[in-house]
Design a protein around this ligand. Structure first.
Ligand code: UGA
Length: 437
């Protein structure tokens, strides 16, 4: 059993802390936000993430998972410190590393014996070196090893991704640190999870290269979908057939209104910036970003076209605000771009999302919130679906037709049956499969 401190109780820190305690280690999650720690100590989970409450409870009861705001103490008592604080995007597009740098200083000041300092947060290539320097500058020549151990967790499936990962990446030049880190993930040996040991820079790059490649795949299929719209092809069959080729794989080939969330939009920009700083133009990633921005606007144009360009004073039902299902996260969600555009064009917005409405309310937009899709749809001129929540997959189209003033639907996630939309004579559109027969 290793004694571990996780700094930062956001989505990454909390899932990591809970996951590592589930592996049998003694974990303390710390945060400067005392209120958050108080809530966690009273059993309240501040984010919506399936299964997280179960493993937090399970390991808190066992005494393996604790929450504390005494950061200095926790650092001193631990052998491994995970940095899992936020790295938001600053105004110029670079990652804001203020929180990371402050944490590095605090770690340096509390370094009392050999420790491993491990970064989980996504940080631009080269940041590890800076963190190491800050710790050295602030400590009294006590030995430590720096490790980069990026996370590959998807929101909404983060607990499962942590407990059953595809791979573990450990970036460290120290054999001693690698052995200890291997031990942290020891339960995964049972599943023969590949553990990749490399240097810090390679590890940092793996994270950006992976996320940007996935983003690229999405933009690619969105462009193919847009072309399918024009030529009468069905993008779902195209992507399914493409995916049969083992070199391509069927994953992340689902078209939609463009990718969002706290990772892909930020990480693609950061990779382009790192390229610029090193005089390497990241042309493909730049294109993926451009396509993604355009895709969101394309959805507005599609809706306008369904309404014969008459959108002023029309009531539009927006179903789904979260950037994807199983999360209340609205960061860079398609809804945050599309709804303000529709409002600007004079539309009245009715909306419903199973869990993301509270977060959306913080944007202070003048829109109407409802408790279910039926109420949100009643009397509206058109409906646009933005998030593929399961409860939207089960929408009764006949009921919807009766609720709407006019049966006009834009399904940006392609989850409604085209056959049924056609049979019920909906005025509809989707992304890349309108012409399906
Ligand atoms: C992503 C990666 O998938 C994780 O591996 C990574 O750890 C995480 O970023 C991170 O860096 O922390 P996440 O942003 O939670 O995870 O969500 P994804 O499931 O990857 O979806 C991202 C966006 O792409 C969503 O807006 C989703 O709707 C969209 N998407 C995804 C598509 O439009 N099509 C697809 O085929 C897949």
């Amino acid at each position: 059993m290793r004694k571990i401190t996780i700094i930062g109780t956001g989505y990454v820190g909390l899932v990591t802390g809970a996951g590592i305690s589930d592996f049998g280690h003694d974990v303390t999650c710390v945060d400067i936000d005392k209120n958050k720690i108080k809530k966690l100590n009273s059993g309240e989970i501040p984010i919506y993430e399936p299964e997280l409450d179960t493993i937090v409870k399970r390991n808190s009861v066992k005494g393996l998972l604790k929450f504390s705001s005494r950061i200095n103490e926790a650092i001193k008592e631990s052998e491994i410190i995970f940095i899992a604080v936020g790295t938001p995007q600053s105004k110029n597009g670079d990652s804001d590393l203020t929180a990371i740098e402050n944490v590095a200083k605090t770690i340096g000041k509390n370094l009392n014996k050999y420790k491993i300092i491990c970064t989980k947060s996504t940080v631009p290539v080269g940041t590890g070196k800076k963190i190491e320097e800050i710790i050295k500058l602030n400590s009294k020549a006590i030995e430590f090893d720096y490790v980069s151990n990026p996370e590959f967790l998807r929101e909404g499936a983060a607990v499962r991704d942590f407990l059953i990962p595809d791979r573990i990446v450990i970036g460290s030049r120290s054999k001693k640190a690698f052995k200890i880190m291997q031990d942290v993930y020891r339960p995964l040996f049972l599943n023969e999870t590949p553990i990749i040991n490399t240097n810090v820079e390679t590890s940092e790059m793996i994270k950006y290269a992976s996320n940007s490649f996935l983003a690229l795949k999405i933009s690619y299929i969105n462009e193919i979908a847009n072309l399918c719209d024009s030529v009468g092809a069905d993008v779902h069959i195209v992507s399914k057939a493409m995916g049969q080729d083992g070199r391509i794989s069927p994953k992340f080939l689902h078209p939609g209104p463009g990718f969002g969330g706290s990772c892909f939009p930020k990480d693609t920009i950061a990779l382009v910036n790192t390229g610029n700083q090193n005089n390497i133009r990241m042309n493909t990633i730049e294109a993926a970003i451009k396509t993604n921005n355009e895709q969101k606007l394309r959805m507005v144009a599609k809706l306008k076209s369904l309404l014969n360009n008459k959108i002023k004073n029309k009531t539009i039902t927006v179903l789904g605000l979260a950037f994807k299902p199983q999360t209340d996260d609205i960061r860079d969600a398609a809804s945050t771009i599309i709804i303000p555009k529709l409002i600007k064009e004079g539309a009245i917005i009715n909306t419903y999302d199973p869990v993301a409405m509270d977060n959306f309310k913080s944007l202070k937009l003048n829109i109407n919130y409802f408790n279910n899709w039926q109420e949100a749809s009643r009397g509206a001129d058109a409906l646009i679906l933005l998030t593929e929540w399961n409860e939207f997959r089960g929408i009764d189209l006949l009921e919807l037709k009766h609720l709407l003033k006019a049966p006009t639907v834009l399904d940006t996630k392609n989850i409604l049956s085209v056959e049924n939309l056609q049979a019920l004579k909906f005025n509809y559109d989707n992304v890349g499969r309108k012409a399906i027969n």
